[in-house]
Write a protein that binds this ligand. Structure first.
Ligand code: OXD
Ligand code: MN
Length: 599
């Protein structure tokens, strides 16, 4: 228990509203973790995988309505609508609280209410922040134990007067007397789920979903949306970025972060196996970076998380050998296929499909079924410490000094393989225009159009996107220009006329990163163009690759017509920010247009 009166008062209020059968304060011990798993095994919600093949691993199957972040049901309930900005769903906080209070009334009856104190960042570190998640889900308990640091030690760090972010979560499925869960509990109607943020109160209310970012509130809800608001107010950055360490053959190490939209291979990049001899990559984080200024005026990053919540389909010894090794033990699998010998299988695993398995919906499956065995957003939850290439300093409370920031999305054309920004504001401009082509059929009228996703934060913004971009510009004014990381716009997804990827990606991305590191140390040549500094075609090491210099030229040219069309689309996007568009970015766009017109 805790001596923090604010916390006990809040827990009592929530218990009075949600009316659970009992309240359990998470201690964070291994024994408690096992107890939670046993509760779910007994209830038929979990399957223990084969102890020899996957020691300490469990499989869960969610409800078909509850398989991904619910972006349309994610709300930023700032007091003023204009503070949520054009990219967020807004509801008046008074109205939203009234609606959700009714939903929460009695929502935990028949269940245990878990109080989960958690630390984002190493416990007690000056840059860590504390949250408390109240949840009626033992699945949340076990996942939070992997993804964050939880339990008694956090309460000790919180002390009597420490501040914490209130994170309230319910699956929204009360149980009548004697009733048991019949499968994954949640609210099956997506339109009745709520993932709500009250930025001024640093508070999160989630209802109706038990899956991923909707329910593990330390991740996207706290570490990005709420921490983003804290970062704006306190002068630091809370970003959707991996953090990696690169060591050159000469033994010199550099730390870089990378912002990529979901499904662009961020986890793969964070732990890639370089294909160029002598280079070494180690991982610090695969999803979130908190960056603060050190006394020397440089930006230092920490990974606030303690685990990885990665997409399973497509993860293989070819795409990400380290993730495959990392998830062999002590990991949670959700929505993968279950083989007859109690192992997991998924599309893109690189392993032959078994003749029979149980698919993510719990049905018999054969290769002829015509449906995927694993859901496209099936996930593993796995301790970061198990990553075979985790950097020894990954938990250093001081963070690691960042030399470069990569940004990029999925673009078939226009955006070159790599483009170095010419200064900070130009880098922020590139960050503001990044995004991916829409490929999913859900927005059929927009397929092929670019969804602008500034710094990959579109789904994770806690306030107005225009103010966020201004915050990035302001960060650049806080230190000397030469102490700021350099920003590189990369694009691994260029296609040729036949629709074939032009760049091999995966481990070969190390070749581009090598060029970036050589730029930082002044050893690589670049050509200044209208859009930024591009490598000369022979500057990137392609030895051993089935790529010609002519291909490299295509990957590294400025397509004037395509960029002029791009400018029109950027202007349209910028209009949506109204008067909150930073003047510096409007100026960057005009300068780009002028430079292109001179070409
Ligand atoms: C994630 C995401 O889960 O970005 O990390 O969707
Ligand atoms: Mn992410």
């Amino acid at each position: 228990m805790t001596k923090n009166l604010e916390l006990t008062k809040w827990v009592d209020e929530v218990a009075a509203l949600c009316k659970p059968d009992s309240v359990h304060w998470a201690t964070g011990t291994e024994e408690e973790y096992q107890d939670m798993l046993n509760i779910m095994l007994d209830a038929g919600l979990a399957t223990k995988l084969d102890e020899k093949k996957k020691p300490g691993c469990y499989l869960f199957r969610s409800h078909p309505s509850d398989v991904a972040r619910a972006e349309m049901r994610t709300f930023i309930a700032s007091r003023k609508e204009e503070d949520a900005g054009p990219t967020n769903n807004w509801i008046d906080p008074v109205e939203l609280k009234a609606t959700m209070t009714k939903l929460y009334d009695g929502c935990m009856s028949g269940r245990v209410m878990y109080v989960i104190p958690f630390s984002m960042g190493p416990i007690g570190s000056p840059i860590a922040k504390i949250g408390v998640e109240i949840s009626d889900s033992p699945y949340v308990m076990i996942n939070m134990r992997i993804m964050t640091r939880i339990g008694t030690a956090v309460l000790e760090a919180l002390g009597e007067n420490g501040e914490f972010v209130r994170c309230l979560h319910s699956v929204g499925k009360p149980l009548a007397a004697g009733e048991k869960d019949d499968g994954w509990p949640c609210v099956p109607n997506v339109a009745e789920k709520y993932i709500s943020h009250f930025p001024e109160e640093r508070m999160i209310w989630s209802f109706g979903s038990g899956y991923g970012g909707n329910a593990l509130l330390g991740k996207k809800c706290f570490a990005l949306r709420i921490a983003g608001v804290q970062a704006r107010d306190e002068g630091w950055l809370a970003e959707h970025m991996l953090i990696m360490k690169l060591t050159s053959p000469e033994g010199k190490s550099y730390y870089i972060t990378g912002a990529f939209p979901s499904a662009c291979g961020k986890t793969n990049l964070a732990m890639l196996e370089p294909t160029i001899p002598g280079w070494k990559v180690e991982t610090i984080g695969d999803d979130i970076a908190w960056m603060k200024f050190g006394e020397d005026g440089r930006l230092y990053a920490i990974n606030p998380e303690a685990g990885f919540f990665g997409v399973i389909p497509g993860t293989s010894m070819q795409s990400n050998p380290n993730a495959v090794k990392q998830t062999l033990s002590n990991s949670i699998y959700t929505n993968a296929g279950l083989t007859d010998d109690n192992d997991v299988w998924w599309e893109g695993s690189g392993l032959p499909a078994p003749d029979h398995l149980i698919d993510w919906k719990g049905n018999d499956w054969t290769p002829e079924s015509g449906e995927p065995a694993a859901h496209a957003n099936a996930r593993f939850t796995t301790p970061a410490a198990q990553c075979p290439v985790i950097a020894p300093e990954w938990e250093d409370p001081a963070g690691v000094p960042i030399s470069a920031i990569l940004i990029g999305g999925r673009r078939q054309a226009t955006i070159p393989l790599v483009n170095e920004s010419t200064d900070w504001n130009h880098g922020i401009f590139l960050g503001s225009i990044m995004g991916s082509e829409i490929t999913t059929a859900d927005i059929t009228d927009k397929v092929g159009q670019v969804r602008r996703d500034p710094f990959a934060m579109l789904p994770f913004m806690g306030y107005h996107m225009g103010d966020y971009l201004q915050h990035w510009i302001n960060i650049g004014k806080k230190t000397d220009a030469d102490k700021l990381p350099k920003i590189y716009f990369v694009n691994w997804f260029r296609k040729d006329e036949e629709g074939k990827f032009m760049w091999p990606g995966f481990g070969d991305n190390s070749r581009v990163i090598k060029w970036i590191i050589e730029r930082l140390s002044g050893d690589a040549k670049a050509e200044t163009t209208a859009i930024g500094n591009l490598p000369l075609p022979d500057a990137i090491d392609i030895s051993g690759l089935d790529i010609t210099l002519a291909d490299m030229e295509k990957l590294l040219t400025v397509d004037k017509e395509a960029w002029l069309a791009e400018i029109e689309s950027i202007r349209e996007n910028y209009l949506s920010y109204g008067n909150r568009l930073p003047a510096e970015l409007a100026a960057e766009l005009d300068k780009l247009q002028a430079r292109l017109n001179e070409m």
